[in-house]
Design a protein around this ligand. Sequence first.
Ligand code: GLN
Length: 495
Amino acid sequence: MTELTDLTLAGARDALRAGETTAAELTEAHLTAIEGAGALNAFVHHTPEIAREQAKAADARLQAGDAPAMCGIPIGVKDLFCTKGVASQAGSRILEGFRPEYESTITTQLFDAGAVMLGKLNMDEFAMGSSNETSTYGNAVNPWKAGNSDAALTPGGSSGGSAAAVAARLCLAALGTDTGGSIRQPAAFTGITGIKPTYGRCSRWGVVAFASSLDQAGPMTRTVRDSAIMLQAMSGHDPKDSTSADLAVPDFEAMLTGDVKGQVIGIPREYRMDGMPEEIEALWQDGIAMLKDAGAEIRDISLPHTKYALPAYYVIAPAEASSNLARYDGVRFGHRAALSQGDGITEMYEKTRAEGFGDEVQRRVMVGTYVLSAGFYDAYYNRARKVRTLIKKDFEDVFADGIDAILTPATPSSAFELGAMTDADPIQMYLNDVFTVTVNLAGLPGVAVPTGQDRRGLPLGLQLIGKPWQEGELLNVAHCLEDRAGFVARPAKWW
Ligand code: GLN
């Protein structure tokens, strides 16, 4: 049998059910891999005791013949999820020492389905960033290297630890979250698959809020099938999250027929950006050819408001963040600054927040409070909300015109070097999200699939955008693309 850490989630599920391995063995293999991968800085809180406990329970269930798909599957959990009694810091110093009294709905569902938690994964602070460099733990590192260069690359962000861990075979799958691209961009940078479901498909309860109208959790895995399996276990209505949809969850895996004949795939002309590297254009053309060859009809489409998406996102997301982050005041959670003689409650708030929040988070809080302030509310926040409606309508129009899914690049480049963008204008970093934020603004499902490599051997991904609640149909197109692209490259082990 293949190395246990090389199994896919589906392969591990089948091997467990067939009695070819045990959850305990699978868990030990991954704990050992994690121990040897400190250089990747992917896992920031280790929970081997919990993992062994859960593996034991999973083996008992397997023995008894009661084994849901996630039973005995070792996963990593992004630090943004509240996990009972386990450090949950959202990558921030301000949540130092915070151990939630409760479990997020999604992790509860996964644990009920038998999943095994290996630990918590690195991320940008409060999920703000595209390179994992705003993390209080220091950045995670991409397991991939460019050609013969030894330079350390970003795994992307904000779910950088999740992406690095899955690509480096430290876990079979990981939880990520995506507010503007934080599942899809790191997935593309590390050669794995990640889906941001329709807004409302998964509960946000117990997931530390960044921008509540955009945030959505999703799986990050090595195959499309694995994403389908894990998404199934994460989805569903939760009375504790009023924005979670009361809709039946289809059997996503059963929908992976790979048949896309007659499907109409839209190619939006506005996603052909100025200065886009030729390799990205070539990747996109290859993807178009693959789907055409598989029997899909390719149609050029227009999403005219695309150019306003990034500015609108960088008004709406900070606005919501500034409100959500008001709760970190040194009283209720985590860190509190040491105070001097004569300091009152205002000094306590100010010092705690100045110490606890990193630069990017402070920048967002300032931008957010500015765009929401009385004199600027209409000019910025309200205008951004109107633009958001127009962006959503662009998508509704093309879907009404018969488009089934939309194909775009996932990112404007392959993974860049750590440090390359931190000194630059922050807008350079924001540009990473140019292909992904539209999907969050419109609340649609979007999936990133690895389909090629750049000339230095780094993975590149394409994005497919689907209709609301059609994750199954979308994953099926992604499955076809995955199958045709035959992406089998993996990072050489240096860590
Ligand atoms: N990179 C984007 C940002 O910094 C998106 C982050 C995310 O999706 N959480 O806001």
